[in-house]
Design a protein around this ligand. Structure first.
Ligand SMILES: NC(=O)c1ccc[n+]([C@@H]2O[C@H](COP(=O)([O-])OP(=O)(O)OC[C@H]3O[C@@H](n4cnc5c(N)ncnc54)[C@H](OP(=O)(O)O)[C@@H]3O)[C@@H](O)[C@H]2O)c1
Length: 343
């Protein structure tokens, strides 16, 4: 627990102990205490309520050295305030990192964003934790990444990898709303059952058990119109080989290579012939490019959930101190839907 020593408030935060080699290990991250100063004008003291672990943290960690803090967002309660805009008791979504207590200067309204902090969106009764998942960064990623880059149309065949994860499970459901035939790939039987029976995916496959190239040849004989790529690697190559004319590929993530240990840039084969003669558009993106439309995205997803058009699942872990295990579990596929931590 964070607390007070000799009248000084103490925060706990996770920092890199040993730089990750391959899949992170529990001992690679350590908790350190930090004394917090008195609040200055325009500052707020925030107590984490919900925290998130996301695959990008593993990719980003290659830029971190021993002693650096782990990055990440949280839903936090303002427990002391020198800012009239964020009074005591209000909630924020803050990019504070893996820490339980944070003092943050409140940026001017035009600078409040997912990069800094913003007021807790009005989730109209949905759980607060959704502000880090469907009604937060992963939701915005899925909504804009699919609609703006894949541009799904009724009758299109949409393929989603890591389909039972935070982003993928939303992408597939948006695809169904758009009238697509949705093929999802995930790594366990339970995930496939959820995708098919609860979320309405048309066909689902365990990528660990099937030959992806042959599966798509058989189940998408006219080709894949939209591919939402969460994984990269050989999987992406096999989808590329099965794209339809004028297909669109949204390059969202490359989790197949995040734990790469070779020290060399991870390369994915690209089938140039297919890209050229089928007029394929393949576009990478960072969700922050939709900063200006962030809240529109959140409201859209929130309203779909409230209307019953989207189903949400979370894998919840209790306790701030369990964040490293939750992070490892996420990278190993133990989550269904969003992996979330209750502080
Ligand atoms: N570009 C952006 O701005 C942006 C924003 C958010 C997320 N992303 C990316 O989107 C992807 C999904 O993120 P998320 O937050 O929704 O995570 P997630 O899908 O909820 O969790 C990660 C999942 O990846 C799967 N996985 C792990 N290793 C794999 C492998 N070698 N091959 C295939 N699947 C593997 C696991 O599921 P299985 O059981 O199915 O293996 C695991 O549950 C990630 O690549 C992430 O970096 C990008």
């Amino acid at each position: 627990m964070s607390g007070v020593r000799n009248g000084v408030k103490l925060a706990r935060k996770f920092v890199i102990g040993n730089k990750f080699q391959g899949l992170p290990k529990l001992g690679d991250l350590k908790i350190v205490e930090e004394s917090l100063p008195a609040l200055g004008k325009g500052e707020i003291l925030c107590k984490a309520e919900w925290l998130t672990v996301d695959p990008y943290m593993r990719a980003y960690s290659t830029f971190l050295k021993s002693g650096d803090a782990m990055p990440g967002a949280q839903v936090a309660r303002v427990i002391a305030s020198e800012s009239p805009e964020f009074p005591e008791g209000s909630q924020v979504v803050g990019n504070f990192g893996w820490r339980d207590l944070t003092i943050s200067k409140v940026p001017p309204p035009e600078k409040q964003s997912a990069d800094s902090l913003y007021k807790m969106p009005d989730l109209k009764g949905l759980p607060d934790s959704y502000a880090l998942g469907s009604c937060g960064m992963p939701g915005v990623t899925a909504y804009f990444g699919l609609h703006k880059i894949c541009e799904p149309k009724a009758g299109d065949t949409l393929v989603v990898s890591s389909a039972a994860g935070a982003v993928g499970s939303l992408v597939g459901q948006f695809g169904k709303i758009a009238g697509c035939r949705v093929l999802g790939f995930a790594g366990t039987k339970d995930k496939l059952t959820w995708l098919k029976n609860d979320l309405g995916f048309d066909e689902v496959f365990n990528y660990k058990e099937v030959n992806v190239f042959k599966t798509l040849k058989e189940h998408a004989p006219k080709g894949v119109n939209c591919y939402f790529d969460n994984v990269g690697g050989e999987f992406a190559y096999n989808v590329m080989k099965n794209m339809a004319m004028f297909g669109r590929i949204a390059v969202c993530g490359a989790i197949t290579v995040y734990n790469d240990n070779t020290g060399k840039p991870p390369l994915v084969p690209v089938d140039y012939f297919s890209l050229i003669y089928k007029n394929i558009r393949m576009e990478g993106f960072m969700v922050m490019r939709w900063n200006k439309e962030w809240f529109q995205g959140i409201e859209k997803v929130r309203d779909y959930i409230i209307q019953g058009k989207l189903k949400i699942q979370e894998t919840q872990v209790n306790g701030f101190e369990n964040m490293p295990q939750a992070f490892i579990d996420l990278l190993e596929g133990k989550n269904t839907g969003k992996m979330i931590i209750k502080a």
